[in-house]
Design a protein around this ligand. Sequence first.
Ligand code: HPA
Length: 272
Amino acid sequence: MTLQENITAAAAFLTSRIFSRPTVALVLGSGLGDYADTLENAVKIPYSEIPNFPQPTVEGHAGAFVFGKKQDKDVVVLQGRVHYYEGLSMAEITLPVRVLAAMGVKTLVLTNAAGGVNLNYKPGTLMLISDHINFSGANPLIGKNLEKFGPRFPDVSDLYTASLREKIIDKAAENQIPLEQGVYLMCSGPNYETPAEIRAFRTLGADAVGMSTVPEALVAGHSGMDVVGVSCITNMAAGVLPVKLDHKEVVETAAKVHDLFQKLVDIILETL
Ligand code: HPA
Protein backbone atom coordinates (compact mmCIF):
# COMPACT_ATOMS: atom_id res chain seq x y z
CA MET A 1 0.00 0.00 0.00
CA THR A 2 1.22 3.50 -0.73
CA LEU A 3 1.19 6.14 2.00
CA GLN A 4 -1.77 7.86 0.30
CA GLU A 5 -3.73 4.58 0.14
CA ASN A 6 -2.98 3.92 3.82
CA ILE A 7 -4.27 7.37 4.78
CA THR A 8 -7.43 7.04 2.68
CA ALA A 9 -8.18 3.56 4.07
CA ALA A 10 -7.64 4.64 7.70
CA ALA A 11 -9.85 7.72 7.24
CA ALA A 12 -12.62 5.60 5.65
CA PHE A 13 -12.37 3.06 8.48
CA LEU A 14 -12.63 5.72 11.20
CA THR A 15 -15.48 7.54 9.42
CA SER A 16 -17.40 4.25 9.28
CA ARG A 17 -16.96 3.75 13.04
CA ILE A 18 -18.13 7.14 14.33
CA PHE A 19 -21.12 9.40 13.83
CA SER A 20 -19.39 12.68 14.65
CA ARG A 21 -17.55 14.72 12.04
CA PRO A 22 -14.95 16.63 14.04
CA THR A 23 -13.42 19.78 12.60
CA VAL A 24 -11.02 20.32 15.52
CA ALA A 25 -8.28 17.98 16.71
CA LEU A 26 -5.99 18.17 19.72
CA VAL A 27 -2.57 16.64 20.28
CA LEU A 28 -1.65 16.69 23.93
CA GLY A 29 1.84 16.96 25.35
CA SER A 30 3.34 15.82 28.64
CA GLY A 31 1.01 16.40 31.55
CA LEU A 32 -2.11 17.21 29.53
CA GLY A 33 -2.94 13.73 28.28
CA ASP A 34 -5.98 13.40 30.50
CA TYR A 35 -7.86 16.15 28.64
CA ALA A 36 -9.44 13.35 26.60
CA ASP A 37 -11.21 12.25 29.81
CA THR A 38 -13.17 15.52 29.80
CA LEU A 39 -14.88 14.77 26.46
CA GLU A 40 -18.56 13.85 26.45
CA ASN A 41 -19.77 10.76 24.60
CA ALA A 42 -16.16 9.69 24.09
CA VAL A 43 -15.42 6.92 21.62
CA LYS A 44 -11.87 5.61 21.72
CA ILE A 45 -10.40 3.82 18.71
CA PRO A 46 -6.90 2.42 19.27
CA TYR A 47 -4.46 2.54 16.35
CA SER A 48 -4.21 -1.26 16.69
CA GLU A 49 -7.79 -1.57 15.37
CA ILE A 50 -7.05 0.41 12.21
CA PRO A 51 -6.02 -1.74 9.26
CA ASN A 52 -2.39 -1.23 8.11
CA PHE A 53 -1.78 1.55 10.63
CA PRO A 54 1.79 1.70 11.96
CA GLN A 55 1.86 0.94 15.67
CA PRO A 56 3.84 2.99 18.18
CA THR A 57 6.55 0.64 19.39
CA VAL A 58 7.25 2.32 22.69
CA GLU A 59 5.61 0.90 25.78
CA GLY A 60 3.03 3.12 27.44
CA HIS A 61 2.43 5.00 24.19
CA ALA A 62 -0.51 2.99 22.89
CA GLY A 63 -1.89 5.40 20.31
CA ALA A 64 -5.61 6.08 19.95
CA PHE A 65 -8.09 8.51 18.44
CA VAL A 66 -10.63 9.68 21.03
CA PHE A 67 -13.73 11.21 19.46
CA GLY A 68 -16.19 13.19 21.57
CA LYS A 69 -17.93 16.46 22.30
CA LYS A 70 -16.55 19.50 24.09
CA GLN A 71 -18.49 22.76 24.40
CA ASP A 72 -21.02 21.30 21.92
CA LYS A 73 -18.27 20.92 19.33
CA ASP A 74 -17.25 17.61 17.78
CA VAL A 75 -13.57 17.16 18.56
CA VAL A 76 -10.99 14.42 18.36
CA VAL A 77 -8.01 13.98 20.65
CA LEU A 78 -4.90 12.09 19.58
CA GLN A 79 -3.73 10.09 22.56
CA GLY A 80 -0.19 8.81 22.75
CA ARG A 81 1.94 11.17 20.74
CA VAL A 82 4.95 9.52 19.09
CA HIS A 83 8.24 11.40 18.99
CA TYR A 84 10.91 11.33 16.28
CA TYR A 85 13.53 10.26 18.86
CA GLU A 86 11.65 6.99 19.35
CA GLY A 87 13.02 5.86 16.00
CA LEU A 88 9.96 6.02 13.76
CA SER A 89 10.14 7.98 10.51
CA MET A 90 8.75 11.50 10.25
CA ALA A 91 6.08 10.14 7.87
CA GLU A 92 5.04 7.57 10.46
CA ILE A 93 4.79 9.96 13.38
CA THR A 94 2.66 12.37 11.35
CA LEU A 95 0.37 9.78 9.75
CA PRO A 96 -2.44 10.40 12.29
CA VAL A 97 -2.45 14.10 11.32
CA ARG A 98 -2.80 13.15 7.63
CA VAL A 99 -5.72 10.90 8.54
CA LEU A 100 -7.39 13.78 10.41
CA ALA A 101 -6.97 16.00 7.34
CA ALA A 102 -8.49 13.30 5.14
CA MET A 103 -11.46 13.12 7.57
CA GLY A 104 -12.14 16.84 7.22
CA VAL A 105 -10.49 18.24 10.36
CA LYS A 106 -9.80 21.93 9.76
CA THR A 107 -7.90 23.04 12.89
CA LEU A 108 -5.14 21.27 14.79
CA VAL A 109 -4.28 22.31 18.35
CA LEU A 110 -0.81 21.11 19.38
CA THR A 111 0.47 21.29 22.94
CA ASN A 112 3.84 20.39 24.37
CA ALA A 113 6.23 20.68 27.29
CA ALA A 114 9.28 22.79 26.45
CA GLY A 115 12.43 24.29 27.89
CA GLY A 116 12.57 28.06 28.36
CA VAL A 117 15.21 29.75 26.19
CA ASN A 118 13.86 33.28 26.68
CA LEU A 119 15.34 34.52 29.97
CA ASN A 120 12.11 36.31 30.87
CA TYR A 121 10.28 32.99 31.07
CA LYS A 122 9.89 30.86 34.20
CA PRO A 123 8.90 27.25 34.76
CA GLY A 124 5.11 27.32 34.44
CA THR A 125 5.02 30.04 31.75
CA LEU A 126 2.50 29.29 29.00
CA MET A 127 3.58 30.29 25.48
CA LEU A 128 1.47 30.50 22.36
CA ILE A 129 3.70 29.44 19.46
CA SER A 130 3.98 32.28 16.93
CA ASP A 131 6.45 30.49 14.65
CA HIS A 132 9.02 27.70 14.70
CA ILE A 133 12.60 26.86 13.80
CA ASN A 134 12.98 23.31 12.50
CA PHE A 135 16.33 22.22 13.94
CA SER A 136 15.40 18.52 13.96
CA GLY A 137 17.46 17.71 10.87
CA ALA A 138 14.44 16.06 9.27
CA ASN A 139 11.19 16.98 7.57
CA PRO A 140 7.94 14.99 7.30
CA LEU A 141 7.25 16.37 3.82
CA ILE A 142 10.35 14.73 2.30
CA GLY A 143 9.43 12.01 -0.20
CA LYS A 144 6.81 11.82 -2.94
CA ASN A 145 4.50 14.80 -2.53
CA LEU A 146 0.93 13.89 -1.55
CA GLU A 147 -0.79 16.05 -4.17
CA LYS A 148 -4.25 15.40 -2.68
CA PHE A 149 -3.21 17.37 0.39
CA GLY A 150 -1.02 20.19 -0.79
CA PRO A 151 1.74 21.47 -3.06
CA ARG A 152 5.35 20.28 -3.29
CA PHE A 153 6.67 23.57 -1.95
CA PRO A 154 4.15 24.77 0.64
CA ASP A 155 4.23 28.33 1.96
CA VAL A 156 4.53 28.22 5.77
CA SER A 157 4.76 31.93 6.53
CA ASP A 158 1.46 31.82 8.48
CA LEU A 159 1.71 28.25 9.80
CA TYR A 160 0.51 29.17 13.32
CA THR A 161 -2.54 31.07 12.07
CA ALA A 162 -2.17 34.72 13.10
CA SER A 163 -5.91 35.50 13.07
CA LEU A 164 -6.54 32.69 15.59
CA ARG A 165 -3.59 33.76 17.76
CA GLU A 166 -5.01 37.28 18.04
CA LYS A 167 -8.34 35.94 19.30
CA ILE A 168 -6.66 33.54 21.73
CA ILE A 169 -4.40 36.26 23.18
CA ASP A 170 -7.45 38.52 23.74
CA LYS A 171 -9.54 35.77 25.33
CA ALA A 172 -6.68 34.62 27.59
CA ALA A 173 -6.27 38.21 28.84
CA GLU A 174 -10.04 38.50 29.47
CA ASN A 175 -9.80 35.34 31.58
CA GLN A 176 -6.66 36.43 33.45
CA ILE A 177 -4.55 33.64 32.00
CA PRO A 178 -0.97 34.90 31.54
CA LEU A 179 0.11 33.94 28.03
CA GLU A 180 3.38 34.75 26.26
CA GLN A 181 3.92 34.43 22.54
CA GLY A 182 7.16 33.12 21.07
CA VAL A 183 9.21 30.99 18.72
CA TYR A 184 9.53 27.23 19.33
CA LEU A 185 12.69 25.47 18.18
CA MET A 186 12.64 21.71 17.68
CA CYS A 187 15.64 19.48 18.31
CA SER A 188 15.40 15.76 17.64
CA GLY A 189 16.38 14.80 21.18
CA PRO A 190 16.41 12.51 23.07
CA ASN A 191 19.22 14.23 24.98
CA TYR A 192 18.46 17.67 26.34
CA GLU A 193 20.45 20.40 24.59
CA THR A 194 23.92 21.58 25.57
CA PRO A 195 24.33 25.04 27.15
CA ALA A 196 26.20 26.14 23.98
CA GLU A 197 23.28 25.03 21.82
CA ILE A 198 20.84 26.96 24.00
CA ARG A 199 22.98 30.14 23.76
CA ALA A 200 23.09 29.69 19.99
CA PHE A 201 19.32 29.12 19.80
CA ARG A 202 18.69 32.30 21.81
CA THR A 203 20.80 34.24 19.30
CA LEU A 204 18.79 32.64 16.50
CA GLY A 205 15.54 33.96 17.96
CA ALA A 206 14.16 30.94 19.80
CA ASP A 207 12.08 31.42 22.95
CA ALA A 208 11.42 27.76 23.75
CA VAL A 209 12.97 24.42 22.83
CA GLY A 210 11.44 20.98 22.59
CA MET A 211 11.36 17.66 20.80
CA SER A 212 7.92 17.59 19.14
CA THR A 213 5.19 19.64 17.46
CA VAL A 214 7.12 20.84 14.37
CA PRO A 215 6.47 17.66 12.31
CA GLU A 216 2.74 17.71 13.08
CA ALA A 217 2.49 21.44 12.38
CA LEU A 218 4.24 21.08 8.99
CA VAL A 219 2.00 18.22 7.90
CA ALA A 220 -1.14 20.04 9.08
CA GLY A 221 -0.06 23.20 7.28
CA HIS A 222 0.68 21.25 4.09
CA SER A 223 -2.83 19.77 4.37
CA GLY A 224 -4.35 23.26 4.56
CA MET A 225 -5.28 23.08 8.23
CA ASP A 226 -5.05 25.97 10.69
CA VAL A 227 -2.56 25.27 13.47
CA VAL A 228 -2.55 26.50 17.07
CA GLY A 229 0.47 25.60 19.23
CA VAL A 230 0.93 26.00 22.96
CA SER A 231 4.09 25.27 24.95
CA CYS A 232 4.15 24.80 28.68
CA ILE A 233 7.60 25.93 29.82
CA THR A 234 8.37 23.15 32.30
CA ASN A 235 12.01 24.08 32.99
CA MET A 236 14.60 26.62 31.98
CA ALA A 237 16.72 25.25 29.12
CA ALA A 238 20.25 23.88 29.66
CA GLY A 239 22.79 26.27 31.14
CA VAL A 240 20.29 28.94 32.21
CA LEU A 241 20.22 27.80 35.84
CA PRO A 242 22.91 25.88 37.73
CA VAL A 243 20.77 22.75 37.92
CA LYS A 244 20.65 19.46 36.07
CA LEU A 245 17.79 18.89 33.65
CA ASP A 246 15.54 16.06 34.64
CA HIS A 247 12.37 14.64 33.13
CA LYS A 248 10.95 14.60 36.67
CA GLU A 249 10.95 18.42 36.73
CA VAL A 250 9.16 18.45 33.37
CA VAL A 251 6.42 16.19 34.72
CA GLU A 252 6.17 18.06 38.04
CA THR A 253 5.84 21.52 36.45
CA ALA A 254 3.33 20.22 33.92
CA ALA A 255 1.29 18.83 36.83
CA LYS A 256 1.44 22.18 38.67
CA VAL A 257 0.05 24.17 35.73
CA HIS A 258 -2.33 21.39 34.69
CA ASP A 259 -5.53 23.24 35.63
CA LEU A 260 -4.46 26.53 34.04
CA PHE A 261 -3.31 24.71 30.90
CA GLN A 262 -6.65 22.89 30.72
CA LYS A 263 -8.47 26.23 31.05
CA LEU A 264 -6.35 27.67 28.25
CA VAL A 265 -7.23 24.73 25.99
CA ASP A 266 -10.93 25.31 26.83
CA ILE A 267 -10.52 28.96 25.82
CA ILE A 268 -8.78 28.00 22.60
CA LEU A 269 -11.69 25.71 21.71
CA GLU A 270 -14.12 28.55 22.43
CA THR A 271 -12.36 30.78 19.91
CA LEU A 272 -12.50 28.19 17.11
N1 HPA B 1 14.60 20.70 26.05
C1 HPA B 1 13.96 19.93 25.14
N2 HPA B 1 12.75 19.43 25.32
C2 HPA B 1 12.13 19.71 26.48
C3 HPA B 1 12.74 20.49 27.48
C4 HPA B 1 14.03 21.00 27.25
O1 HPA B 1 14.63 21.71 28.08
N3 HPA B 1 11.84 20.55 28.51
C5 HPA B 1 10.74 19.85 28.13
N4 HPA B 1 10.92 19.33 26.91
